[in-house]
Write a protein that binds this ligand. Structure first.
Ligand SMILES: Nc1ncnc2c1ncn2[C@@H]1O[C@H](COP(=O)(O)OP(=O)(O)OP(=O)(O)O)[C@@H](O)[C@H]1O
Ligand code: SF4
Ligand SMILES: [Mg+2]
Length: 339
């Protein structure tokens, strides 16, 4: 169902974003040294929209989404600057009680590590029912909703799954249980941080399609965090590419794939499998490795791996430059890359 059919404003119509991050900076304190490991992150998610956040391991994807609900592992990591608003409300200015309500009822999160949100000692049903009870749902209604969401996420034999303990389930099943738990409260925004190891690409794709199916029926917005551009390609509306704690490119999915505006995005696309190739190439095919975001010097953080780097790249870090319909943090427009 389209956004218009759901009665929502598409971004180009100038509607208000559901979630907006403005100038978010996240710091890491090691011994006496502090460094900003995520810097100047701006992003918006509109009602009913699907946004993909993509980048190599360590690029700051998880920290960025954890900052939304004040879930950063503080110490040593904490929000240094920036504003985060949800449905027009400043999350940073909310007291803990109000934020807990948003966290439980309006924004649901699926964590990278299933055991962050699942208690190994409790049966699946107990965990889902207790989550709903905490939001004032009566016990019988909570039990019915539990069965309903487990069936909704495509788990075979929901009666058996609800009686299981987490260790009795496979990685793919656990991921579905976590999504069921997150959906039980009918959130307006689902943030899913993809597990990097537990699931293979096929299962990730199935889960993403499942979320898309639910999303199209409920109109919730989705933020999907992944290191794999290929996984989100067909599904999300907008893509944010992160590198070394910065947003280096963002824009609508189709033009971004057809005509990337940042050499890093171009390299990510180049590492995707071609038609007929069964195996995905690791991102290390780009050559070199990403810098530690805690120890960046001057200049563009991508310059050591960039085939188009020139003098200015070593001196000045490029801001996000409008390359309509998207934006990229590169001094050169794609038409200048070969020069
Ligand atoms: N608790 C922590 N203590 C110290 N450093 C941390 C901590 N959490 C994250 N970092 C550092 O912050 C940077 C960004 O981490 P983050 O987990 O956000 O990356 P990511 O993009 O989610 O990577 P992945 O794809 O591996 O999940 C990394 O350099 C990481 O080492
Ligand atoms: S600013 Fe320079 S080094 Fe950075 S991506 Fe663009 S051309 Fe490459
Ligand atoms: Mg992560």
């Amino acid at each position: 169902m389209s956004q218009a059919a759901l009665g929502m404003s598409p971004p180009e119509a100038g509607g208000e974003p559901l979630l907006a991050l403005r100038g978010v900076g996240i710091g890491l304190k090691r011994r006496r040294r502090s460094s900003e490991i995520v810097r100047g992150v701006d992003l918006e998610v509109f009602p009913g929209e699907k946004l993909g956040i993509v980048g190599e391991s360590g690029s700051g994807k998880t920290l960025t989404v954890l900052s939304v609900l004040r879930l950063l592992p503080d110490p040593p990591v904490r929000l240094l600057r920036g504003q985060i608003t949800f449905a027009g409300r400043d999350l940073g200015a909310m007291d803990d009680k109000a934020l807990a309500r948003v966290r439980g009822a309006e924004i649901s999160m699926v964590y990278q590590d299933p055991m962050t949100s699942l208690n190994p000692l409790l049966r699946v049903r107990t965990q889902i029912v207790e989550t709903l009870r905490a939001h004032g749902v009566p016990r019988e209604a909570a039990r019915a909703r539990c069965r309903e969401v487990l069936a909704q996420v495509g788990l075979q034999g929901p009666e058996r799954v609800e009686r299981a303990f987490p260790h009795e389930l496979s990685g793919g099943m656990l991921q579905r249980v976590m999504i069921a738990m997150a959906l039980a409260v009918s959130p307006r925004l689902l943030i899913a941080d993809e597990p990097t190891t537990a699931l293979d690409v096929t299962i990730q794709q199935q889960i993403l399609e499942l979320v898309e199916d639910i999303q199209s029926r409920t109109g919730m917005a989705v933020v999907w965090v992944t290191h794999d551009l290929g996984v989100v390609a067909r599904i999300v509306d907008q893509v944010v590419v992160m590198y070394a704690g910065r947003v280096v490119e963002k824009g609508p999915t189709r033009p971004l794939f057809a005509r990337p505006n940042h050499p890093y995005t171009q390299a990510l696309l180049g590492s995707l499998p071609h038609r007929g190739t069964r195996h995905r190439q690791p991102l290390t095919q780009i050559g070199g490795s990403p810098p530690d975001p805690a120890h960046l010097g001057r200049g563009c953080p991508f310059r050591s791996r960039c085939p188009y780097a020139f003098d200015r790249c070593a001196e000045e870090e490029p801001p996000l430059i409008d390359r309509g319909p998207g934006a990229a943090a590169c001094w050169k427009a794609p038409s200048e890359w070969e020069k």
